[in-house]
Design a protein around this ligand. Structure first.
Ligand code: CA
Length: 726
């Protein structure tokens, strides 16, 4: 879908001077915590590991002290930024099961329409091909630190010699030079891999902190008392979850398996050439040998071993930031040399924060401040007062609206964030948000429990759905979040107030059960069926896929003969699961049932009647979830035409509440038909008599079909399937 048009520019953009249409340079990194940026106040690392070039953006612009992500993992944060929406609505909930649907509304194509050149360099990490960029060169997946490969626009890979930070810097500068030749302003996202795990510094920095002691955070030896029990169950501690090879940079066999995790070697080491390895070895090997010697001599206590790991971790983490900060300095200097500095907005941010030993952790995921926070510093000469600080609660969903606002483009109503431009001008609207919402839906790595919650300027409420419990923190009296006060009588009123606020926030942001992925793995038959379908999908490509609940599953029962007749020879897959609601379908489709189905030609979907039957769910919510499923299908089965069926009528009489709810769903989902990819077919006429009554002969329980009903269904959709080329 090419949307690069410039027709808008002739209308209203022509009336704007060049200064009103600044370039946007979005410098972005991965896992860079504000504790490791010296511009942010109060960090224990500022003296040992300053970040002068990032700080310069803040000094010449504005620093946001209360900047938060919506979901503290790499891919999801990037999806929040592109869509201006929370994860449950853009669908990119976690790194494990998601494939970003790039054809949903995102800001880059809208900037193109507004007359911007757009480019993306570096880490992408969303699985799908970038959409809305005139130019991109991206790292495959997580990418590599040493001699990294970059995916080119034609799909080929190009290997660059050197460190990834230097390569991203150079490619970004090259691209600025290419774009400045055009008449249009540019927006470039230059996205570093750094300082993501496994924290491999540029070779000129492997000795950067040699002989120095990195200060330890107060909570390095947190015992996780007075908070949710899942804090003890995580698998992201410096003490217990550092790999011998990958994280701690030892070559060879794990000599101390009781202290180090085995099985993940340092893949970065293997990427280096002999010359690079020699530099690396000269730095790491003596230090590694000294440690091994001390260990073998029994000289180190458990605590000291953890402290050693912390030093190794932090020296590498801070070391990898150094070349990125240098690169940012180089890019800033280039903007000046080329006269672009005055008309270019420069932003530095990172996809989320990180634990630098706080709570004994590395990694992210939790709603605790260290990973919830995102750095956000921005320079905009002539608009932002240099050296200013803003304390409003901002979030990564605000970036897309901000960029569109800067470009003079319309901000789509579906975006949940707000433009930061008034804050940059110190004209904050009186109704700026007083809570930020966070959502982590769980992922099968690091064992962090699912939770969502809100933060106000003083309090943080976290909700854990697995055991239906809360944690409440008073950030004024307990900034390190060591003690949940949800059971304290002193906070009873605050607790009630925060719970009310959380409910209101969820409602406002359309967080509801129909759209939040849910599985039924505790039900043995469901688990077995899911596993069987996943296996079938992995083994066989299908042309035709049916998706739904018991009515679709019924093709394997009462509808079997008709299925054989119509679909027996058509490579068809039945993904109907009895009792499923939209939330279960969302989970299943993202967890293997569409694996290997990229070439599917047609999908027939009918889902939603159990949302109605179970809770009489608001039809708006069910419809929103169906729209979400259509987005999943677009990402996973890009070639498929979808025949979206109206939810079948239920209950004998037209005045029945559940019947009406289904009709309300259908009114909404009919609008999802675009005449190309998505087609809609209402089945009321097929099953109902002329008075709108549902004949018992077709649906004896007024919900499920008899064999004849399946024949009627097959006949009704056959013309569409033929039209789809089946
Ligand atoms: Ca990240």
């Amino acid at each position: 879908m090419l949307r690069k048009t410039v027709f808008l520019s002739s209308l209203f953009l022509a009336s704007l001077g060049a200064a009103d249409r600044p370039n946007i340079l979005f410098l972005f990194s991965d896992d860079h915590a504000t504790q490791a940026i010296s511009a942010y106040p109060g960090g224990i690392l500022d003296d040992v590991a300053p970040t002068p070039n990032i700080d310069r953006i803040a000094k010449e612009g504005m620093l946001f002290e209360n900047s938060y992500c919506a979901n503290a993992i790499c891919g999801p944060s990037r999806a929040n930024i592109l869509t201006g929406k929370h994860s449950h609505l853009n669908g990119y909930l976690d790194n494990q099961s998601s494939l970003f649907d790039g054809l949903q509304t995102t800001f880059p194509p809208l900037l193109q329409e507004a007359g911007y050149q757009t480019a993306l360099i570096g880490k992408w990490h969303l699985g799908s091909t970038p959409v809305g960029f005139d130019h991109y060169e991206i790292l495959p997946g997580q990418g590599s630190y040493y001699n990294p490969d970059f995916i080119q626009m034609d799909g080929s890979k190009k290997r660059h010699h050197g460190h990834c930070n230097d390569v991203v810097t150079n490619l970004a500068i090259e691209q600025i030079d290419a774009m400045v030749k055009g008449d249009e302003p540019f927006m470039m996202m230059a996205q570093f891999k750094a300082p993501h795990r496994n924290w491999s510094p540029a070779l000129r920095h492997v000795d950067l902190f040699e002989g120095q002691e990195i200060p330890e955070p107060d909570t390095l030896f947190d015992d996780y008392s007075n908070r949710h029990p899942s804090l003890k169950e995580q698998a992201m501690s410096v003490e217990n979850h550092m790999y011998w090879g990958h994280d701690m940079k030892f070559n060879g066999e794990n000599l101390f398996p009781e202290h180090f995790a085995s099985g993940l070697p340092n893949a970065e080491y293997r990427r280096m050439d002999d010359e690079q390895k020699a530099v690396w070895d000269a730095s790491y090997e003596p230090r590694n040998k000294a440690f091994i010697k001390a260990m073998e001599a029994g000289e180190l206590s458990d605590k000291e071993i953890t402290q050693w790991k912390y030093q190794r971790y932090m020296k590498d983490y801070l070391g990898v930031i150094r070349s990125m900060d240098e690169g940012i300095g180089k890019i800033l200097a280039h903007l000046e040399e080329t006269g672009l500095a005055d008309n270019t907005i420069v932003i530095y941010s990172s996809d989320q924060g990180f634990y630098l030993g706080e709570h004994g952790w590395y990694d992210k995921r939790w709603m605790f401040e260290e990973s919830f926070k995102m750095p956000f510093v921005i320079r905009w000469p002539g608009v932002i007062e240099p050296g200013s600080t803003d304390k409003h609660l901002i979030q990564n969903i605000d970036y897309a609206p901000t960029f569109l606002d800067v470009a003079g483009a319309e901000i789509p109503a579906e975006m949940q964030g707000r433009s930061l431009v008034p804050l940059l001008k110190k004209e904050a609207p009186g109704d700026w948000r007083n809570t930020v919402y966070y959502q982590y839906t769980g992922e099968r790595v690091h064992e962090v429990a699912a939770h969502d919650g809100i933060r106000t300027d003083r309090y943080k409420l976290m909700y854990f759905p697995d055991d239906d419990t809360y944690n409440l923190f008073d950030l004024k009296t307990d900034p390190q979040e060591m003690n949940s006060v949800h059971e304290s009588s002193d906070y009873a009123e605050v607790f009630e107030e925060m719970k009310k606020k959380l409910a209101e926030t969820r409602e406002k942001l359309d967080v509801h059960s129909a759209i939040l992925p849910a599985h039924r793995l505790k039900q043995a038959w469901w688990k077995k069926r899911h596993e069987a379908k996943t296996k079938l999908a992995a083994e066989t490509k299908h042309d035709l896929i049916f998706i739904g609940d018991s009515i679709t599953q019924g093709w394997e029962g009462k509808g079997k003969a008709t299925w054989e007749e119509y679909y027996g020879d058509r490579k068809a897959l039945n993904l109907g699961f009895s009792g499923d609601r939209t939330q279960h379908v969302i989970w299943r489709l993202n967890n293997g049932e569409l694996r290997n189905q990229r070439d599917a030609k047609a999908i027939v979907m009918m889902i939603g009647t159990n949302n109605t039957g179970h809770t009489e769910q608001d039809p708006e919510e069910t419809a929103q979830a169906i729209e979400r499923i259509l987005s999943i299908l677009r990402a996973r089965c890009p070639e498929a035409k979808v025949l979206l069926l109206g939810v079948f009528p239920r209950a004998p009489k037209p005045e029945d509440t559940k019947r009406k709810i289904n009709q309300e769903i259908n009114k909404r989902i009919a609008k999802f038909a675009d005449g190309e990819r998505v087609h809609y077919l209402d089945m009321d006429d097929v099953f109902l008599d002329e008075d709108g009554n549902l004949p018992k002969e077709i649906m004896p329980d007024y919900l499920h079909l008899v064999p004849q009903g399946y024949e009627m269904w097959a006949e009704a959709i056959e013309p569409k399937l033929k039209e789809f080329g089946l």
